[in-house]
Design a protein around this ligand. Structure first.
Ligand code: NAD
Ligand code: IPM
Ligand code: MN
Length: 374
């Protein structure tokens, strides 16, 4: 197979710690069975790079990363201590831009965030059925609430008005929702027949479900367009159950009965919020993987990064759980055609959770445990 090229971007804060874990695991996998991969580490995007160059990444970063097949990112965000009032001295537009620039500029319009509670992972909900949580949240990644248009009129005066535009296109909506149904169909096809039943008002129950999230009662323009497109695409997938929740009720039901969700499809901001919540349902941010992909095209590199951020409150203390990054690395291995190594890694992470039996461990201890289980 042709060698695939990967860029490792540790980023900021615990990004460096969890990236060290990912690299150690890649080397260990490579020693077991040579992987057709080459990787190199980049110093950007990062706040550290920003301090030297007054920008988070070089001006031609988007062109430079197109040399790679996949990008593996730790986390971004000023890593200074929480108590440091200077922590937020970078304007948000600078500290957040690179991530959003990559997602948008590389046309990585779908963000997939699986939330499955693995045995041995922290279970925060008391109901025993919470052990069955196994959902896939698909988040719109290129438009919506994140178009970053707007402004501040009369800045700093009592008359100030801030506007933040949201833009939703039918094209962006349709490709997202069709992708969600395809993933639901694939999940259904991979399950033993009749093993699961999800609520569907129209079909009674169904073996798989896509739940649409909107806030159409308060935001009817995009909410109604999403709802219409959802119904159109759903008609192409007769086996898949459909459901619609308003985002506030969805938050409530994620906590009350998370096992009732299968594939969830949401806008950029709603998906962001719901996936931190879904992370807690599957053991916490330390266990939540994520990828940014263009399901229709491999022309641009895909971007793999855990759901969590740079965690300034624990950075530099060896407390970060690398499991989210390792499960993210497994998603990347699948993407670049190393399915066997991906599965080996997922199994090792799962085995390590059971072996550790909830013990408090350092990032390096978890990494060593996973490597021992490969
Ligand atoms: P965060 O995800 O960094 O941290 C939230 C909480 O979860 C913290 O208490 C943290 O200690 C804990 N946590 C996160 N990852 C963990 C891990 N692997 N192991 C153990 N505990 C973990 O969110 P935040 O504090 O709101 O944001 C910090 C910075 O990260 C901000 O600058 C934010 O913009 C940025 N951020 C970046 C990304 C990204 O790069 N993909 C994602 C989210 C937030
Ligand atoms: C995430 C993060 C980002 C987002 C931030 C850092 C811009 O929270 O990847 O979930 O909102 O998408
Ligand atoms: Mn987030």
């Amino acid at each position: 197979a042709a060698i695939k090229k990967i860029a490792l971007m540790p980023g900021d804060g615990i990004g460096h710690e969890v990236m060290a874990a990912a690299e150690a695991v890649l080397l260990a996998l490579h020693a077991i069975e040579p992987l057709p991969l080459e990787w190199e580490t980049l110093a950007w995007p990062s706040t550290g790079w920003h301090r030297q160059h007054a920008e988070m990444m070089p001006a031609d970063a988007l062109e430079q990363v197109q040399r790679y097949d996949a990008l593996l990112l730790g986390a971004l965000g000023d890593p200074g201590p929480v108590s440091d009032p200077q922590r937020y001295r970078l304007p948000d537009s600078i500290s957040l831009a690179p991530l959003l620039t990559f997602r948008k500029g590389l046309q990585l319009w779908a963000c997939e965030r699986p939330a499955r509670l693995l045995p041995g992972a922290p279970q925060y909900l008391a109901d025993p059925r919470a052990a069955e949580v196994d959902m896939l949240v698909i988040r719109e990644n290129s438009e919506g609430e994140y178009v970053n248009q707007g402004g501040r009129l009369n800045r700093g005066t009592p008359q100030e008005v801030a506007t933040q535009l949201e833009v939703f296109t039918r094209h962006g909506t349709e490709r997202l929702i069709r992708h969600a149904f395809r993933r639901a169909q694939a999940r259904l096809d991979a399950r033993p027949q009749g093993s699961k039943a999800f609520f569907c008002a129209e079909k009674g129950t169904a073996g798989a479900q896509v739940c649409l999230i909107t806030k159409r009662n308060a935001q009817p323009f995009w909410g109604d367009m999403y709802t219409e497109v959802f119904a159109e695409v759903a008609s192409e997938f007769p086996e898949i159950g459909v459901h619609h929740e308003l985002v506030d009720a969805a938050c409530m039901k994620f906590v009350q009965s998370p096992w009732a969700f299968d594939v969830v499809v949401a806008s950029n901001l709603h998906g962001d919020i719901l996936t931190d919540l879904a992370a807690v349902l599957s053991g916490g941010l330390g266990l939540a993987p994520s990828c940014n992909i263009n399901p229709d095209s491999r022309d641009m590199p895909a971007l793999f990064e855990p759901t969590h951020g740079s965690a300034p409150d624990i950075a530099g203390q060896g407390k970060a759980n690398p499991a989210a990054m390792l499960l993210t690395t497994a998603m990347m291995l699948d993407w670049v055609g190393c399915a066997q190594a991906a599965e080996r890694l997922r199994m090792a992470v799962a085995k390590d959770l059971v072996t550790a039996a909830g013990a408090q461990r350092t990032c390096q201890e978890v990494t060593a445990g996973v490597i021992a289980g490969l």
